[in-house]
Design a binder for this molecule. Structure first.
Ligand SMILES: [Zn+2]
Length: 253
């Protein structure tokens, strides 16, 4: 069977950069939902299925048969889709059903805010700092923890918020993630030679988790996110470093 794809409509805004690599490995999120969908596809196909979940913007659904195994890739938005959409997804993949294809197209259009920035980024992005290059940090975190599958998140050093000579701050937001811009901002106070690279990686990793695990009502940090955060290799070390250096960070210009 030839690979098939449902394509998203043309971006309404500035297209987000796309690295053009072939579909990367899956993002390990919502593992229970992934397995359920995989089993459902196996039943429908009557043959083994490998289901990968991707964050790929260009190809929302694709499948190909490799030596008797059906390899299916779907965008992560489908895992949380309503039942009728998941049913349509199965019908579309297994039979190329036209009506199902239309329903999927509608669902993708209605959820396009989840697959691309709904608000263009304002202002230039600055990834290369005096000491740390955030583009490098993002690329290595993406490769190490997401199999390179997160292809369309941007990163920048934030703007300096504290005037020179002002008193030390009370709080500091080390990182933030804007879902509408798909943009991670890292506090410029972290661009220092005394800030270890693993700490920046930890901040970027945490913000990427916000990208792959949406907030639920009442919780910006759902249990799944907190659990995943502990997969960071230097988690304990990063937390300890932050505690040890908080005063210094609060004074950072
Ligand atoms: Zn957070």
């Amino acid at each position: 069977m030839a690979p098939a794809a449902v394509r998203i409509p043309d971006p309404r805004h500035t297209p987000v950069p796309f690295d053009g690599r072939p579909l990367g490995p899956q993002i390990f999120i919502h593992e229970g939902a992934r397995q359920t969908l995989e089993r459902r596809l196996e039943l429908a196909f009557g043959s083994p299925v490998q289901l990968a979940v991707t964050d790929n913007l260009r190809r929302m659904v694709s499948h190909t048969r490799v030596r008797g195994t059906m390899r299916v890739r779907v965008h992560m938005m489908f895992l949380g889709a309503p039942e009728r959409v998941r049913q349509a997804l199965v019908e579309y993949i297994v039979r190329g059903d036209r009506r199902a294809s239309g329903l999927l197209g509608d669902f993708i259009a209605a959820n396009s805010h989840r697959i691309r920035a709904s608000r263009p980024v304002t202002g230039p992005l600055r990834t290369r700092g005096a000491y740390h290059d955030l583009a490098e940090v993002l690329a290595s975190v993406n490769a190490q923890y997401f199999g390179g599958a997160v292809g369309d998140v941007l990163v920048t050093w934030g703007r300096r918020t504290r005037p020179l000579g002002a008193k030390a701050r009370q709080t500091i937001k080390l990182g933030s993630y804007s879902a509408t811009e798909r943009l991670i901002r890292v506090h410029p106070g972290l661009d220092r030679d005394w800030v270890p690279r693993y700490f920046l990686s930890y901040i970027v990793f945490h913000e990427l988790l916000h990208h792959v695990i949406p907030a639920v009502p009442g919780s910006l940090h759902p249990p799944e996110l907190l659990q995943r955060e502990r997969e960071f290799r230097h988690y304990e070390r990063a937390i300890a470093w932050e505690q040890k250096n908080i005063a210094r960070l609060l004074r950072a210009k």
